[in-house]
Design a binder for this molecule. Structure first.
Ligand SMILES: *Cc1c(COP(=O)(O)O)cnc(C)c1O
Length: 396
C-alpha cells in the first residue's frame, strides 16, 4: 500500500485517451469520445474481478458509503451497527443519512465480531456496516449468518481491503452491497474516487440513478431522461476513472508484493514471544497492507513507540489517531454537525459522550501497525527488520 507507489506509463496512457477526446463526462457524447468509456470500463472490470453483476463508481469512498446506505433504503430513525475502529467516513455516512450509528465492540480481528454485533441489536437495527480494517478481514462468514438470522442488511466497507478474501471468496461479496475507495492512500488510487459493488439488479439500478440526480440513463438525450428516483451527484470524472482503471490492473502485482514483504517483516517480529499478532480469520486472503501486532499492555506499547521514534521506524498507533478511533471523536460525542435536520430528528440509543467500549480500548491501546510498502527492496526490508529487532530488544 498504496498504489501511488506504482504510478507510471499505464496511468498516463489511460488519462491521455480522455484528454485527447476532451470528454471528461462519463455519460453520453457517444461519437466524440471515440470509444473511450473509462468509468464504464472500470465498473466492468471491478464487477468481473469480484464475480458480481454490478459495480458503480463514485466520486469518493465516502460518497460510496452514502450511496450504499441510500440504495439500501436506510434513513431517518434506522440504527446501523458500526465499529469504533474505522476510518470515520462510514460513520459520517450513517449520520448523513439521518440514521443512527450504534457502536459495537471489536475483537482481535480489529473488526466487528458476531457476539459484539448481537449485543448491539435493538428493534430499530436495520443494518451492519462491517469495515474490514487495515487490509484484512472480519469473521465475515459468521457475521453474514448473524445478519441473516436477525434480518439485517450487511454492508461491507472494503475500502481498505480491496483484493482480500476469506476462504477464497473476495471480501465485498458477503453482504448486500460493498464499498471501495480509491483515494490517494488506498491500495488502488484514482486520486479521488470510490465504488459500490452488488449482485442485486434492483439495488444497482437505484444506486446508478441516485448517484446522478436520478437520471435513468436510458437513451441519448440527457435532457429528456426520466428521473425515477430522487438523487444527487456522486459521479466520478473520466480522468479519475482512467487513473483508477490503470491502477486496478496492477492489483495482482500489488497484492503479491505486499504479501511477500509482510511475511518477511512478520518473521522478524515472530522472534519476540512478548508480541502477538492480530487475529486474521484467513491468513491466505490477507491483502497485507499492514502488519498489526499487540504488546502486552498500553505502557509497553507506548515504550515501543518511543524507541521506534528514536530509530526512525514508521508506524501507526490508531488508539491516538483522531480519524480512526471513537475515543478521539469529540465532534461525534458532542454531535457537532453540518446536517442539522438529521440531527434534530436524532434520538441516539447510545449516549456518545459517556459511551464506554472497554474491550475495544484494551485491544486498541496495545496495537501497533506498520504499513507494508509494495516497492521495498530486499535491502530495505533487511534494514528495517534489523532496526525493528534492535529497537524491540531495548524494550522487551
Ligand atoms: C478511506 C476510507 C473511506 C473513504 O474513502 P474516501 O475515498 O477517502 O472518501 C471509507 N471507509 C474506509 C474504511 C476507508 O478507509
Amino acid at each position: 500500500m498504496p498504489g501511488t507507489e506504482l504510478f507510471g506509463a499505464e496511468e498516463k496512457k489511460e488519462v491521455m485517451d480522455v484528454l485527447e477526446t476532451g470528454i471528461l463526462f462519463r455519460y453520453n457524447h457517444d461519437k466524440e469520445r471515440k470509444g473511450h468509456w473509462k468509468a464504464k470500463s472500470f465498473e466492468n472490470e471491478l464487477a468481473r474481478y469480484h464475480g458480481v453483476r454490478y459495480a458503480h463508481v463514485t466520486s469518493s469512498g465516502t460518497t460510496a458509503d452514502n450511496l450504499a446506505l441510500a440504495c439500501c433504503g436506510i434513513g431517518v430513525g434506522d440504527e446501523v451497527i458500526v465499529p469504533p475502529f474505522t476510518f470515520i467516513a462510514p460513520v459520517e455516512a450513517v449520520l448523513q443519512a439521518g440514521a443512527i450509528p450504534v457502536f459495537a465492540e471489536i475483537d482481535e480481528t480489529l473488526c466487528l465480531y458476531p457476539a459484539g454485533i448481537e449485543a448491539a441489536i435493538t428493534p430499530r437495527t436495520k443494518a451492519v456496516m462491517l469495515v474490514h480494517m487495515c487490509g484484512s478481514m472480519a469473521q465475515v462468514d459468521k457475521i453474514a449468518e448473524v445478519c441473516k438470522k436477525h434480518n439485517l442488511i450487511l454492508i461491507e466497507d472494503t475500502a481498505q481491503a480491496l483484493g482480500a478474501s476469506f476462504k477464497n471468496q473476495l471480501l465485498g461479496t458477503f453482504g448486500k452491497v460493498a464499498v471501495y475507495s480509491f483515494d490517494f492512500f488506498k491500495i488502488v488510487t484514482a486520486g479521488e474516487g470510490g465504488a459500490i459493488i452488488t449482485d442485486d439488479p434492483h439495488l444497482y439500478e437505484i444506486a446508478a440513478q441516485h448517484a446522478d440526480h436520478g437520471h435513468s440513463h436510458v437513451g441519448n438525450n440527457r435532457g429528456a431522461e426520466p428521473h425515477p428516483v430522487f438523487g444527487t451527484n456522486f459521479r466520478l470524472s473520466e480522468i479519475h476513472a482512467a487513473i483508477g482503471l490503470a491502477q486496478f490492473r496492477k492489483l495482482p502485482y500489488i497484492l503479491e508484493h505486499q504479501r511477500r514483504n509482510k511475511l518477511k517483516l512478520e518473521q522478524t517480529l515472530s522472534k519476540f514471544p512478548q508480541i502477538s499478532f492480530r487475529k486474521i480469520p484467513d491468513k491466505k486472503g490477507d491483502s497485507a497492507t499492514f502488519l498489526d501486532f499487540f504488546l502486552k499492555d498500553e505502557p509497553t506499547a507506548r515504550k515501543v513507540l518511543k524507541v521506534f521514534d528514536r530509530f526512525g521506524i514508521g508506524y501507526a498507533y490508531w488508539f491516538d489517531n483522531n480519524y480512526h478511533y471513537f475515543k478521539n471523536w469529540d465532534h461525534i460525542k458532542k454531535i457537532k454537525s453540518a446536517a442539522p435536520l438529521a440531527i434534530s430528528l436524532f434520538k441516539p440509543s447510545q449516549n456518545y459522550a459517556s459511551l464506554s467500549l472497554p474491550q475495544s480500548d484494551k485491544i486498541m491501546s496495545r496495537l501497533i501497525s506498520i504499513q507494508i510498502r509494495i516497492t521495498w527492496t530486499e535491502e530495505e526490508i533487511k534494514g528495517l527488520s534489523e532496526k525493528i529487532e534492535n529497537a524491540l530488544q531495548e524494550v522487551l
